[in-house]
Write a protein that binds this ligand. Structure first.
Ligand SMILES: [Zn+2]
Ligand SMILES: [Zn+2]
Length: 85
């Protein structure tokens, strides 16, 4: 992330570019855009995050734990909580 304000604006523009026709956007699209603009940060993990963090324990199983899995975290500058081991 270079400038969080610029990245946030770019994200907002990308989301609103089809306004008022936003019915096509789903959560997956929004996540993809947030990732692209650096507002969601991907972290490769081999242990569960704390439950308050991202809830990855619910989305992955023990097999993922062995091979590693990707967690997405809201950028700290946007209020994302840090994830401890
Ligand atoms: Zn996490
Ligand atoms: Zn996690």
């Amino acid at each position: 992330m270079t400038d969080p304000i610029c990245d946030t604006h770019a994200f907002a523009r990308a989301i609103l570019c089809d306004f008022p026709d936003l019915g096509n956007l789903d959560g997956g699209d929004i996540q993809e855009l947030a990732e692209k603009h650096g507002l969601l940060v991907k972290e490769r993990r081999h242990s569960w995050c704390s439950d308050e963090c991202c809830g990855c324990r619910e989305y992955h199983d023990d097999g993922d734990l062995k091979h590693g899995f990707d967690c997405f975290h809201v950028h700290p500058l946007l209020g994302g909580k840090g994830c401890g081991p």
